[in-house]
Structures are given as structure tokens and as C-alpha cells.
Write a protein that binds this ligand. Structure first.
Ligand SMILES: [Zn+2]
Length: 323
């Protein structure tokens, strides 16, 4: 059994504490030693293989959502739950903004584009792609799971299309909803940014393909209808060689899900629809043991819904050592 010297152990420790997950160990270690006082500069990446696909979890950053942003529960109840899970922050529940890059060896497909600075400490996706040696114009397709600002903000940069070569896929029900002036004028203030962005996205992406129902985008990558959080909220299933991953976007929020389905996030306008979808999805995910990627869960957002003595809970999945 290899012996790890005391010194090697000590120098390896900061890397583990940082939670940095760069693909190549040596540069990551050097970076950890050189920038021990500024660990936030290390861009986290996590890669898993699903058959012939490589899926890389990236993150645009994070924001803390006030405990009062979860209709269905009193702020104090949400705070108490966060405290019990050791995840309470002074300013609320920490949401990550994770994106997933699918590489099938021929094409690069990005799921979601991040908030791009429109919420909290976000805008890191370009840096994360850069850490992989990628520029936005190398992305062949972007699938946007729904037209909330934290999922499509990064599509536009400096008043321009930020993924100029990419096909863009969004569910038609969301495109219709978020570009409807009547829906916009009746919506609360906190949704106005999303309406404005939706208008820009449609204008700047002539190659936008509105999706109708469940379909395959490329072989092994297909759209799953998870409508509820928004009218056209979708997931993406990646499947090959008996393995699969389903990116479920905003089906699951930290602290409150999947333990209950009668608790919501403020941005959800149709709560009955959101609840109905979670009532269907969580038990199905638990019985299938589906490997899930979720936008707002702690990085890299990979886990499973587990039914534990009748109570649903989130079980973080091992992603680093999957052999
Ligand atoms: Zn979201």
C-alpha cells in the first residue's frame, strides 16, 4: 500500500478543502499552493462519463436566496430546515448556477447559459469554459431548459449573440409565454428581467428552434418534458451503453426538495403545475435510481432522489471516482 508522506499529505490537504476539481491534478495542486489565500479563483469542474459521452459540470456562480423566497413555508421554517442541514447562510439558501456540457466526440452541447451577472455572484461560465480551453463560438448547440434569467442570461453578451455558431433549443411553450406582452404586463417585477431577456434571445438567435414535446436532439441526447416550474420547463436525458443522466434543471431546489412538493420557489407562477410535476417526478426518480443533475444544488449538482423510510431526500452522487 503506498505510503503518503506527512509532507505530501499536508500539501495535498488544501486542495481537498478547496473542493476544487480540476481534471488534471498537477496544475490544480500548484494552483492551490500558489493561491491559497484566494481559492475562489479556481474554477470548479467535474466530469463524468455516460457511455460515449463526457458530461462536464460547470458553474456560473452562486447567489443566496432569502428564506422568504419559498412560498408554502414560512421563512422561519425554511431557515430551520437549512440550519438542520448545516447549509444556512446569513442571507438565505445558497443556490448554485450549474451548467452541463455534453461532448459526444463530435459536438459540444451546452445545457443552459447561466445568469451572467444578473443575479448574485454569477458570470463565471466563460471562465469555466476557458478552463477547458473552449471559447463560446466552439459550442455547437445550447439547450435552454426554460426562460428564466438564471438559465439564459449568458446567451447574450455585450448586446450580442454570445454563441454565434450554436443551434439554440427552447421549448415552444416557454418561447410563447416569455414573449407574450400580455403575460409580461401582468407579471411581477422580479420576472421582468426574464421577459426582457427572452425578447433579446429571440431577436439575437435566428437559429432558435422551438421544441414541441419530447424528442432527440442528437443520438443519445433527448428532451424530457418537465413542465411545471415554467410552462415549457424541460430536462435533458443523456443515455448510452446502459448508463444515463437526466439534467432536471429547476425540478429540485436546495433545502426544500425533494422532501416536500408543496413548497415552491418565488419565480414559479403556476404552483399547482409545479407541484403536480414534482409529485410525479420524485417517486419515479427514486424508484429508477436515476442519476440527476440539478442546476441549483451544491456543485456539481449530481445526485439521486432516495426514498428513505417513506421520506424523499437528496443523496449526493460520487462523480470523481466512477470506474
Ligand atoms: Zn433556476
Amino acid at each position: 500500500m503506498p505510503q503518503l508522506s506527512r509532507r505530501a499529505f499536508a500539501s495535498a490537504l488544501p486542495l481537498g478543502l478547496l473542493g476544487g476539481a480540476l481534471i488534471s491534478g498537477a496544475p490544480a495542486l500548484a494552483a492551490a499552493q500558489n493561491t491559497a489565500k484566494t481559492p475562489a479563483n479556481i474554477t470548479p469542474l467535474a466530469q463524468i462519463r455516460i457511455g460515449r459521452f463526457t458530461v462536464t459540470a460547470l458553474t456560473d456562480g452562486y447567489a443566496d436566496m432569502p428564506f422568504g423566497y419559498f412560498p408554502g413555508r414560512a421563512p422561519a421554517e425554511v431557515e430551520q430546515a437549512a440550519v438542520a442541514q448545516f447549509t444556512a447562510r446569513p442571507s438565505g439558501v445558497r443556490f448554485l448556477f450549474n451548467q452541463y456540457l455534453i461532448d459526444d466526440g463530435e459536438r459540444l452541447i451546452l445545457i443552459d447559459a447561466g445568469a451572467a451577472g444578473s443575479i448574485g455572484q454569477t458570470g463565471k461560465l466563460p471562465q469555466a469554459l476557458g478552463a477547458l480551453g473552449l471559447q463560446p463560438d466552439q459550442i455547437d448547440a445550447v439547450i435552454v431548459t426554460h426562460m428564466h434569467q438564471d438559465h439564459m442570461g449568458g446567451l447574450i453578451a455585450g448586446g450580442r449573440n454570445n454563441y454565434p455558431k450554436a443551434e439554440l433549443y427552447i421549448d415552444r411553450r416557454d418561447v410563447i409565454h416569455w414573449t407574450d406582452p400580455a403575460k409580461r404586463s401582468g407579471a411581477p417585477d422580479y420576472l421582468q428581467t426574464s421577459f426582457k431577456m427572452a425578447e433579446d434571445v429571440v431577436r439575437f438567435y435566428p437559429k432558435l428552434q422551438a421544441i414541441d414535446g419530447e424528442r432527440e436532439i442528437v443520438r443519445g441526447v433527448s428532451i424530457v418534458d418537465l413542465a411545471g416550474h415554467t410552462p415549457g420547463h424541460i430536462g435533458v436525458r443523456v443515455e448510452d451503453d446502459g448508463k444515463s443522466l437526466i439534467m432536471v434543471s429547476d425540478m429540485i431546489f436546495p433545502v426544500v426538495h425533494p422532501g416536500a412538493t408543496d413548497v415552491f420557489f418565488l419565480f414559479e407562477q403556476d404552483r399547482a403545475a409545479a407541484k403536480a410535476m414534482r409529485d410525479r417526478f420524485f417517486p419515479r426518480a427514486a424508484s429508477e435510481g436515476a442519476l440527476i443533475a440539478a442546476t441549483h444544488m451544491a456543485f456539481p449538482g449530481l445526485g439521486r432522489v432516495v426514498a428513505d423510510r417513506g421520506q424523499m431526500r437528496w443523496e449526493v452522487a460520487d462523480w470523481a471516482l466512477q470506474d
